[in-house]
Design a protein around this ligand. Structure first.
Ligand SMILES: [Zn+2]
Length: 367
């Protein structure tokens, strides 16, 4: 920890901390801790809310340790969500709707949002009757990530919000709940038309100050935008440069396949194709479906809301093209195999006769 305090925190520009295309690949997990600390300094909240440097360092380090060493939902994913929230606020100019305290809570919640993830989803918790499913009745994993994050705040050595007024501290706790629970994708589908309506209404207001008031003076609108921001952060890998997206998609898939294996062995159930490693070659097609039915809406609406967020939507569309091309190659291969099969069945009279003859011979042998 002291090494961390002494070390020079990486320069935000050098590691592209404020870019939507930021990639954690060139950085070590230790450097990501430093980058996390850097986000709070850049936001100006360390001085403003009197966060002791040691506490901030200990908290960041403990958050990193709270993530398990699993295939996808590990500290790297947690960091990426916090970094994207930071970038949406500053580069994406969404900060204007939020106070410094709110921005502080939103970025911190981003880092914490999947803490202690086990690599299995909510449905698996329910089906396997896991202890977590007995504890929480809905958004099982998200409620656990929230609980874990709040427990860290209860420890004064780790509480980065220790110098806040009671009311401010309650606000932070509430925002942690809004942000972390919002990462349950089931809730995203329920909220997305409300977000679209806000974007439409803001588009009709000409004066910028009026737009800011329209959002920031209305707690419901503010929280809907906040929840959508969390979804945009959580799915942001889909918008990254292709070299990054293609690798991350494989990590997500690998974690799904591991859950599929558990469903087969522990639950004695057949996994859905997305979680079945026997359907691995359909990944490009499934990515296209995921983009079209889940991701497109979020990034299209955010690009419409704030033109500064367009790089995310552009990145998504480039990746859609790459996945489509791979899916086409796969589909062409399948079609070629099927055509060959048909040719053998239809035109291959001799082959059919041989098969029959073979079967007869086998019967004679083993009877
Ligand atoms: Zn996540």
């Amino acid at each position: 920890m002291y090494k961390l305090l002494r070390a020079r925190i990486p320069d935000a520009k050098k590691v592209e901390l404020l870019e939507f295309r930021f990639s954690d690949f060139p950085l070590s997990e230790f450097e990501l801790i430093q980058c996390g600390i850097r986000c709070f300094f850049e936001l100006g909240v360390v001085e403003k809310f009197k966060v002791p440097a040691e506490t901030l360092t200990r908290w960041m380090y403990t958050v990193r340790k709270g993530y398990r060493d699993i295939t996808y939902h590990n500290w790297r994913h947690g960091f990426n969500v916090g970094q994207t929230m930071f970038t949406l606020l500053l580069t994406g100019k969404l900060k204007k709707y939020y106070s410094d305290l709110e921005a502080f809570a939103m970025v911190a919640a981003g880092f914490c949002h999947d803490i202690d993830h086990r690599g299995t989803n909510n449905l698996y918790q329910t089906k396997s009757a896991s202890p977590l499913a007995k504890l929480h009745s809905s958004s099982v994993m998200e409620r656990h990530h929230l609980q874990y994050s709040k427990t860290l705040m209860e420890n004064e050595n780790l509480n980065i919000f220790q110098n806040l007024q009671k009311r401010q501290f309650e606000t932070v706790q509430h925002l942690f709940e809004v942000c972390i629970i919002a990462t349950d994708l089931a809730l995203y589908f329920k909220k997305r038309t409300m977000f679209q309506k806000i974007v439409d209404q803001c588009g009709e207001i000409k004066d910028e100050k009026e737009v800011i008031n329209f959002v920031s003076n209305n707690p419901t609108r503010k929280e809907i935008v906040m929840a959508m921001m969390m979804t945009a952060c959580d799915l942001s890998a889909i918008t990254k440069p292709w070299e990054v997206q293609s690798k991350v998609a494989l990590m997500v898939a690998a974690e799904f396949w591991e859950q599929g294996d558990l469903e087969r062995t522990v639950l004695d159930q057949q996994p859905i194709p997305m979680m079945d490693r026997n359907h691995a070659d359909e990944l490009p097609k499934m990515q296209c479906g995921f983009i079209d039915f889940v991701c497109s809406f979020v990034y299209k609406e955010f690009a419409r809301f704030h033109v500064e967020i367009t790089p995310m939507f552009d990145g998504l569309n480039i990746n859609r093209g790459e996945w489509r091309a791979l899916a086409d190659v796969h589909e062409a291969k399948i079609k070629a195999i099927e055509d060959e099969k048909k040719k053998l069945e239809g035109g291959g009279g001799d082959a059919a006769v041989w098969c029959l003859w073979d079967r007869k011979r086998d019967h004679g042998k083993y009877r």
